[in-house]
Design a protein around this ligand. Sequence first.
Ligand SMILES: C[S@@+](CC[C@H](N)C(=O)[O-])C[C@H]1O[C@@H](n2cnc3c(N)ncnc32)[C@H](O)[C@@H]1O
Length: 305
Amino acid sequence: MTPLSTQQSDDLTAAVKEKYGAAARRVLSGEGVPAECCGSSGCCGGAATASCDPISSNLYVSGETDALPEAAVLASLGCGNPTALAELREGEVALDLGSGGGIDVLLSARRVGPTGKAYGLDMTDDMLALARKNAADAGVTNVEFLRGRIEEIPLPSNSVDVIISNCVVNLSGDKQRVIAEAFRVLKPGGRFAVSDVVVQGELPPDVKRSMELWVGCVAGALSDAEFVKLLSDAGFENASVEVTRTYEVEDARAFLVNTGVDADRIARDVAGRIGAAFIRATKSAVAPVKPKSSRTCGCADDCCT
Ligand SMILES: C[S@@+](CC[C@H](N)C(=O)[O-])C[C@H]1O[C@@H](n2cnc3c(N)ncnc32)[C@H](O)[C@@H]1O
C-alpha cells in the first residue's frame, strides 16, 4: 500500500481525531456507547458492551476486564486483545500505539507489575483525558499516557520491550513510518505484538476511497503479505500474521452501511476476506554484522585483517 499524500494524510488525521474524540467525550460525559458505532463503521466497532458490533465485541475473555473502570471497557474500540498475544513479563516496558481509552495499557500495567511500565500513545486529546482518568480511577501508577503520533514516537531508541496496538496501524496514512518507528524504539530482542484488521486480496476501489471506512478501520487495512513485507523491510524477524476473526457477509454489511458505498453489493464481495489478526515480529537481539567488504575500516577495527 502506497503512503497517502500529505493532504490525504492531514484529512485522515483530522477525521480520526474528530471521530475518536467524540467517542471519548461520550464516554466521559456518561452517555456511554457511541450509538452510531452500532451498524456502521463510525469507529473500529462500537464498544465492548455493544454486542451488535462485529469488530469490537467480545474481545476479552470473561473476567479479564472486571477490575477495570467501566469507562475503560466502554471505550474499547479495538479488534483483538494484543495483551493476550504479547506474553508480557514482570519488569518489562510496554508501549501501546493508539491507546484510546487505555484498556490495553491498564491490562499491560497489571502484567508488567510495579517494576515495569506501560506507556500509551495517542494523538487525540479527549482520548488521552479519558485514559488518564481511567488510570487514576483504577489506582494504577505504573502507566504514562503520551501525546503524539505513532509515525513519530516520542520515546528514545531501544527503550521498549514490547509494542502492542489494537486496531490502529490500519488508520495511519504512512504505515512504513509507523513500523520503522516501532523498530527504532524496541530494544534488541523486543517484540511487536499487535492486533489489527487485515484483508485478503484487494479491497474494492470505492471502499478504499471512503473516508468513513478509513476512519472505521477497514479501508486502510493491509493484506497479510503487505504487513509481513513492511515488518521484514524495516528489519524485523519472524514476522507472521494469524487471522483470529473473519467477517462474513452480515458482519461486512454492518460496518459498510451508511458509509456512502453500496453496502449489500460490497458485503457480498468482501465477505470472508476481511478479518482481525494477531501480527507478531521480533527485533533481533544482536545488531546485524555488515559483511567485511562493505565496512569502512578504522585504525582500531579488525575488519582489515
Ligand atoms: C480504533 S481506536 C483504538 C483504541 C484502543 N487501541 C482500543 O483498543 O480501544 C484508535 C485510536 O488510535 C488513535 N490514533 C489513530 N491514529 C493515530 C496516529 N496516527 N497517531 C496516534 N494515535 C492515533 C485514535 O486517536 C484512537 O484513540
